[in-house]
Design a protein around this ligand. Structure first.
Ligand code: NAD
Length: 470
């Protein structure tokens, strides 16, 4: 069998993963033509917009697209043409958690993966390497292979690889330029190893050999779920400890610092917060829970489920802290929420902790003012409508105001919450913010100061200097 040389790549799915990943491949491999396709025309149009108003906010992304769009990087809605021409196809479609049906709330919805795979099978007239880029349950490659082989034309073969993506939103371009590792899983057959080598050769254009790990297909699929589960578990562990700190008077920042100093543990992912968000952590753990249950491993399922439950508990515990601190009721009170994205340096709001908090505040009839430097008003209204399905948007709009600066958000509020660690929040003139906040009638200076700080301290504010006089 002649060694495969990848010349044309198609990526199905122009989202947070497919877009940046394949744009970086195009940048680093000018000899390869990369076409990223999506059924969502508005998204493709944004990728192609003359002023580079790409659909995803990600530091450094526009620069990459500017360098290669039209050279060897193309965005298109013509999925079939890109499949036909490519010798390697990434499947980078969404794999959300099922919201209804069998296994609802736990199983991954593989509808998009199946559709993309069926399209490849229907269209391809020559052999292809098909790469799972999406995060999928263990052994999904087997179903993909069955679909592809049942539909393949004589003389065409499909080799399936797993190449899960480990980028983090907000640092995607830096992560892709210098990945901790690139993981490629393949069947341990001659053809599987050959396909694996072809993909490894693509990455070898910029990733050092020792960082390209090649493993079996199922190990690769499972490693992605495992990595996200371990990261989320650290957050839930430190958040669980924060509850003990609050009850005992210990300081969670000091505890985290001391624990993280242990070289076996390390300091990363060890900051207490209002809980993790994002489209991946919860979904991937629930995926692991579902897998464990299907394999009749109830204790293992319970262990991982607890990580998600702890996260839910942390969010509601924080909402309760806000209510408690504002004299056990927030009805008619004014709360500023700084940040709406699930983390800094992204406009992505999927599963953002801010949404849960605001939903709680609205249910207690508080007035909420939101500021986020990247999330559009349209997105905020859409997310709040989905979070409060029984409340008409017009009613939500009577309680929520969206503003365009942090200072504006904080003016005349009884509480301020930092829900996203945007760097600009560290640079706010807090003296001015405090001066413009509301004090309750008769509330003494020290009581007011303690109250404001309690709420701030319990949100993501441990980097903010709260020690100047107010
Ligand atoms: P996304 O929703 O941003 O993008 C997926 C895109 O696929 C959408 O634009 C959708 O229109 C398109 N699509 C769906 N079916 C299609 C089809 N049949 N043909 C053409 N286009 C189709 O999702 P994402 O955040 O990019 O995530 C993609 C996968 O990568 C998921 O499995 C996710 O778990 C995984 N992942 C995500 C991240 C992250 O930080 N977002 C990180 C690592 C892995």
């Amino acid at each position: 069998m002649a060694p495969v040389q990848v010349k044309k790549i198609c990526c199905i799915g122009a989202g947070y993963v497919g877009g940046p990943t394949c744009a970086v491949i195009a940048l680093k491999c000018p000899h390869i033509q990369v076409t990223i396709v999506d059924l969502n025309k508005a998204r493709v149009d944004a990728w192609n917009s003359p002023d580079f108003a790409v659909p995803i906010y990600e530091p450094g992304l526009v620069d990459v697209v500017k360098q290669c769009r039209g050279r060897n990087l193309f965005f298109s809605t013509d999925v079939d043409k890109a499949i036909l021409e490519a010798d390697l196809i990434f499947v980078s479609v969404n794999t959300p958690t099922k919201k209804s049906g069998v296994g609802a709330g736990f199983a991954a919805d593989l509808n998009y993966v199946e559709s993309a795979t069926r399209r490849i099978a229907a269209v391809a007239t020559s052999s292809k390497i098909v790469v799972e880029k999406s995060t999928v349950p263990c052994r999904t490659a087997e179903s993909m292979r069955t679909i592809l082989e049942a539909n393949s034309r004589p003389g065409t073969r499909f080799d399936i690889l797993s190449n899960p993506e480990f980028l983090a939103e907000g640092t995607a371009i830096a992560d892709l330029f210098k990945p901790d590792r690139v993981l490629i899983g393949s069947l341990q057959t001659t053809e599987g190893k050959e396909a694996c080598r072809a993909l490894a050769d693509v990455y070898a254009n910029w990733v050092p050999q020792e960082r390209i790990l090649t493993v079996g297909l199922w190990s690769s699929e499972l490693s992605k779920l495992a990595a996200n589960a371990m990261l989320a578990q650290r957050i839930s562990s430190i958040n669980a400890l924060s509850a003990i700190c609050e009850a005992t008077g210990a300081n969670i920042d000091e505890v985290s610092h001391a624990v993280g100093f242990d070289s076996r543990i390390g300091p990363k992912f060890l900051r207490a917060s209002v809980g993790f968000g994002g489209s991946c952590f919860q979904k991937d753990i629930l995926n692991l829970v579902y897998l464990s249950e299907s394999l009749h491993l109830p204790q293992v399922a319970a262990y991982w489920r607890q990580v998600v439950e702890m996260n839910e508990y942390q969010k509601s515990r924080f909402s309760k802290t806000v209510v408690d601190t504002l004299f056990n009721t927030i009805t008619g009170k004014h709360i500023a929420v700084l940040g709406f994205a699930f983390k800094a340096d992204t406009g992505d709001t999927r599963e953002s902790a801010a949404i849960s908090l605001i939903r709680d505040f609205l249910s207690e009839r508080a007035f909420v003012t939101i500021y986020d430097p990247q999330v559009s008003e349209e997105q905020i209204w859409q997310d709040l409508s989905e979070a409060c399905p029984t409340t008409p948007l017009e009613t939500i709009k009577k309680q929520v105001t969206i503003v365009h600066s942090a200072l504006e958000a904080c003016t005349q509020k009884e509480a301020i919450i930092i829900a996203t660690e945007w760097k600009e929040f560290l640079e706010i003139d807090w003296q001015t913010v405090y001066a413009n906040m509301n004090r309750f009638q008769g509330e003494g200076h020290w009581a007011w100061r303690a109250r404001v700080k309690t709420v701030l301290r319990h949100s993501l504010s441990s980097d903010i200097d709260l020690n100047f006089n107010i």
